[in-house]
Design a protein around this ligand. Sequence first.
Ligand code: NAD
Length: 241
Amino acid sequence: MLAELISENQPCVALTGAGVSTESGIPDFRSPSGIWAEYDPYEVASIDGFRRDPARVWEFYARRLDVLAGAQPNPAHHALAQLEERGMVRAVITQNVDGLHASAGSRDVIEVHGSIATASCTACGRREERERIRELLPLPRCVDCGTVLKPDVVMFGELLPSSAIDRASDLARNAALLLVVGSSLEVWPVAGLPEETLARGGCLAIVNREPTPYDLRAALVLHGSAGGILEQCVRTMTSSS
Ligand code: NAD
């Protein structure tokens, strides 16, 4: 059913969220076992929280860097990379900052919330990579000017990088099918992308464990594991080609 929908509705663009990475051992935010069950988002993931108490924010990011250090792409990431390879997915728009789509082989990935792989100095712009950042913990400072580094992720209260969100909007508007995988579709402005697809006559397919606000307007909703569902979808396409 999903394989057919993708084959018959091209171009298809994927929109992924934290749920695509939970099977890699990275917790999502809003599930009962998610990160927000343990941390207050406004304390550790907002720009005001960072300005108020950067040490507390870095304590949170140090834990996330540890989790990410051992994480590998799972069947959902691999399936999306294979769908791109087959010409069945044009690009992946992701809210994730973990870099696992690229690790799985996806080539056209739009990281609308940035990446945890680097951190930058807010004063002079010097950028450090993940390994160096880990050496500079617990409170990484710029080696040139001493200012505390900020993770290169979009925090609550910050604007999304305009080039990324503009490209994401353009892809969503021109998609015949927007394939949403593992997102609660509650975080704006990304939560508005399905609306852009629908407004131009495109359709939605949603693969998510829990219901989303767009379920009633989707052509297909599959509540279950992203890895299992997407792996099965690629298998179906392979056997029918
Ligand atoms: P979210 O936590 O709001 O929603 C995740 C959704 O995925 C939930 O509805 C949940 O039911 C579903 N889900 C969880 N595991 C699943 C699985 N195995 N298969 C199918 N569905 C599954 O996440 P969101 O919508 O991405 O929220 C956006 C915010 O979360 C962004 O700011 C993003 O940067 C951030 N985030 C990223 C990561 C990461 O990079 N891996 C991790 C946590 C949060």
